[in-house]
Design a protein around this ligand. Structure first.
Ligand code: NAD
Ligand code: TYD
Length: 351
């Protein structure tokens, strides 16, 4: 079946893997990648597929309702996979309004644009909202987030994503817009912007800079290899039940300090350095305000209903990720010029 699918945020970290997955796996689909190319968007992430005949790039900003209406009118997509967002918690603490604009208003603009062209015939249409487990708030030492866990966001980022999730459900319940949602745990892998923990530490080890550990380092995250997330999105987009949400996670919890030590160990091996070299850069710094203690996903629904489970172990995924960064140091240099140094020197890491 031929479909036209609009993927937003396709030049970013996760979006680039989703675009690649769809362009390569479905040559009879037309994939339209809509992205504003903010600091986090980079078309280098897609250079291996940019010449494929079923791929089109549109530079546009989802905060612009008229621009979204025009794109939907021109391309008439059957499906939307919405990933465009401001995605970094620390940035949301510094500038919450940018997160409201893109994550809340931008999502509502897309819902309006989809509703306007689909409202007379919802058949075969689907709006897939890609969201985060952070909407559920923080867990204590035990327990997991399920699809029924009550929303309890704490950071401006998670509050904006929770709000966008509510709007997506509201358009389903009010107008009948066909929707699905995925709420995923922390991703890692190639193309990950070096403001998030894993790529930031890889970057800093390569530049002999401090590895900033917030607070006591005992905060826990559930890490998933990004290509496994892209495969989960493919499954839910095609086979998920209308109106439902699916939690996606790696069954892979790590305290930050243990994760950084493991990363340091692997980096020393791969760089042929004496063990302990990278770990000597570990520096405990001021904690993030409102820092969520622990996230952990119960992914049994997507496993039972759609047969999804992660395809790589964390050991394999982390090794692949480090190898990618080591062979793509030009990419790292490109994305860390300009604003990046200014941001890090002033905001968080006191470098
Ligand atoms: P990212 O920051 O790497 O990429 C975001 C992309 O959106 C960039 O290409 C950027 O240019 C684009 N964008 C930002 N504002 C835009 C706007 N106003 N108009 C159009 N494009 C805009 O983010 P990511 O980590 O790839 O996350 C993608 C999605 O997945 C987000 O919705 C995020 O909330 C969600 N998510 C991320 C994670 C994670 O671990 N990174 C986990 C679960 C869910
Ligand atoms: P991050 O990668 O920003 O993802 P999120 O906040 O969305 O989970 O952070 C992952 C964890 O690592 C989180 O507990 C905050 C912590 N962290 C540090 O300790 N140091 C850092 O420099 C960064 C960026 C994060």
């Amino acid at each position: 079946m031929n479909k036209k699918i609009l993927i937003t945020g396709g030049a970013g970290f996760i979006g680039s893997h989703v675009v690649r997955e769809f362009v390569v796996k479905y040559p009879n689909y037309q994939i339209i990648n809509l992205d504003a190319l903010t600091y986090a968007g980079n078309l280098e992430n897609l250079k291996d597929i940019e010449d494929r005949p079923n791929y089109t790039f549109v530079k546009a900003d989802i905060t612009d309702q008229a621009a979204m209406n025009a794109v939907f009118k021109q391309y008439q997509p059957d499906g939307v996979i919405h990933l465009a967002a401001e995605s970094h918690v620390d940035r949301s603490i510094a500038d919450p309004t940018a997160f409201v604009m893109t994550n809340v208003i931008g999502t509502v603009n897309l819902l309006n644009a989809a509703h306007a062209i689909w409202k007379d015939n919802f058949g075969g249409k689907r709006f897939h909202h890609v969201s985060t487990d952070e909407v559920f708030g923080a867990l204590g030492e035990s327990g997991f987030f399920t699809e029924d866990t009550k929303y309890d966001p704490h950071s401006p980022y998670s509050a904006s994503k929770a709000s966008s999730d509510h709007f997506v459900r509201a358009y389903h319940d009010t107008y009948g817009l066909p929707i699905v949602l995925t709420n995923c745990s922390n991703n890692y892998g190639p193309n990950h912007f070096p403001e998030k923990l894993i790529p930031l530490c890889i970057h800093n080890i390569l530049h002999d800079k401090p590895l900033p550990v917030y607070g006591d380092g005992k905060y826990t995250r559930d890490w998933l290899f990004v290509i496994d997330h892209a495969k989960a999105i493919d499954l839910v987009f095609h086979e998920g039940k209308d109106g439902d949400s699916y939690n996606v996670g790696g069954f892979n919890e790590w305290q930050n300090i243990d994760l950084i030590k493991e990363l340091c160990r692997q980096m020393d091996v791969k760089l042929g350095r004496e063990q302990g070299t990278a770990a000597s850069l570990i520096t405990f710094v001021k904690d993030r305000p409102g820092h969520d203690l622990r996230y952990a996903i119960d992914a049994s629904k997507i496993n039972a209903e759609l047969g999804w489970s992660p395809s790589v172990t964390f050991e394999q995924g982390l090794s692949l990720t480090i190898d990618w960064f080591l062979s793509n140091q030009e990419w790292l240099d490109h994305v860390t010029t300009g604003d990046y140094q200014h941001y890090y020197n002033n905001q968080y890491h006191g470098a």
